[in-house]
Write a protein that binds this ligand. Structure first.
Ligand code: ZN
Length: 424
């Protein structure tokens, strides 16, 4: 006897299949997802901006579209209140991360109001059986899956941030790693056991991190994301400053997206839910901008402290920390052409530099976005620098001669500077 699937399950599978076919048309041409460019699902309900850093950001509850073709969600447990200003926050974060990293994060936004689709629930509660809502739900997750695949291909591992806004009275960021408030109240030694690491959305990072930190340290020690945010003026729980929510405090520990897309379910993309308080974070465009910048800096520091990425990549070169303020002087001995350039640019190096040099490129904030060491140069050709990963803008280029040998002695090296304009 064959058992038949319930009708709702069949319908769900058919919807997933339809969405997979639709997405495979795009996924089949992976190069269509060009970093920095934006793609839309059906009716523009879901928006994906492709990236080239190992960071994925989502806004499931910040939508404001209320099309009449999708009825208002209606179930006893259905929450229909949107997370105010989180769409604006995530868009602003895109700009902040690009400035800080020199490259783009992956961003997926649900533009439908939560009345129509809850993009942080399983499909039944999320879409209430409406085909258009179900399609948007599938697109939302398929775009995240595409972003995860791109991150894995380029970097091997990465970090996923699911952005929300809470209305709780304590004004602090609630970082959700899928550990409940009573679990975060446990001693470090208990949180470090296999059992609790198994519940965590940063499971992969606990298994492999550059300083061999244990689970509790990564949640609330020096160098935890909450601690770094607290140091920048954004109180966070858990963190070194505020290690766990008191029993009875309102606290969100992470939802469907965090469970589905983080290393909790395996893989090498760690994740967390960031529930943002309103005051000083989302209550004005200036507050949003300042918070987005601070979060980008904190995430960059978090990656630099804990993640070793297997491949060198121009988009992570900013983790080479260097303060460089003198970006203004220009040396005539160094010719850079053509200007502006898109994908590659020529550096004409003085012939006496055949012993090699170090080329560094800085963005206007002084971040190192390219750092290369060239051994012995062949001066029959210019040095060609690939610039396809750099966003359009003005950059400072610095060349440091490695050394010059006179007899058996190395003598002082020289530095040249010039400006470079990239326009894609
Ligand atoms: Zn939310």
């Amino acid at each position: 006897m064959m058992s038949s699937l319930p009708r709702s399950t069949v319908k769900m599978l058919l919807n997933i299949l339809a969405a997979c076919i639709a997405t495979n048309i795009q996924a089949g041409a992976q190069t269509m997802f060009i970093p920095g460019q934006t793609y839309f699902g059906a009716n523009n309900y879901i928006e994906y901006t492709a990236g080239n850093v190992p960071i994925i950001i989502t806004a499931p509850h910040g939508g404001d579209m209320s099309p009449s073709e999708i009825p208002t969600r209606n179930c006893p447990q259905c929450v229909t209140t949107a997370d105010a200003a989180t769409q604006e926050l995530v868009r602003t974060m895109g700009g902040s991360f690009q400035r800080i990293f020199g490259c783009s994060p992956h961003i997926i936004i649900n533009r439908l109001h939560r009345r129509k689709l809850d993009a942080n629930r399983e499909i039944v509660e999320a879409a209430q059986g409406n085909p258009q809502a179900e399609r948007a739900w599938n697109e939302f997750h398929l775009f995240i899956d595409s972003a995860k695949q791109a991150v894995i291909r380029s970097f091997g591992r990465g970090l996923y941030l699911d952005m929300h806004g809470h209305g709780h009275s304590i004004q602090r960021l609630e970082l959700g790693y899928l550990l409940r408030d009573n679990e975060l109240n446990l001693p470090d030694d208990t949180l470090n056991t296999v059992r609790y690491v198994g519940f965590s959305s940063i499971r992969s990072l606990v298994g492999t991190n550059t300083q061999g930190m244990r689970h509790a340290q990564l949640l609330r020690g020096d160098g935890a994301l909450g601690t770094l945010l607290g140091q920048r003026g954004y109180p966070s729980v858990p963190s070194k400053q505020d290690p766990f929510p008191r029993i009875g405090d309102d606290y969100f520990d992470g939802g469907y997206n965090t469970a589905r897309h983080s290393s909790y379910r395996g893989g090498t993309i760690d994740g967390l839910q960031i529930e943002c308080n309103f005051v000083g974070v989302r209550d004005s465009p200036a507050a949003i901008r300042r918070f987005a910048d601070s979060l980008a800096v904190a995430v960059q520091e978090f990656l630099r402290l804990h993640y070793a990425f297997p491949l060198p990549n121009a988009c992570l070169a900013t983790s080479v920390v260097e303060n460089y303020t003198n970006t203004s002087s220009v040396d005539k001995e160094l010719t850079i052409f053509p200007q502006p350039s898109a994908n590659e640019i020529h550096l004409r190096i003085p012939p006496e530099w055949e012993t090699g040099f170090v080329v560094s490129v800085f963005d206007m904030l002084g971040n190192v976005v390219v750092h290369r060491v060239q051994e012995f140069s062949n001066f029959s050709q210019d040095y060609i620098l690939a610039t396809d990963a750099l966003p359009s803008g003005v950059y400072a280029v610095r060349l440091q001669q490695r050394f010059r040998q006179a007899g058996a002695q190395y003598i002082g090296s020289k530095t040249l500077r010039a400006m470079m304009i990239i326009a894609h």
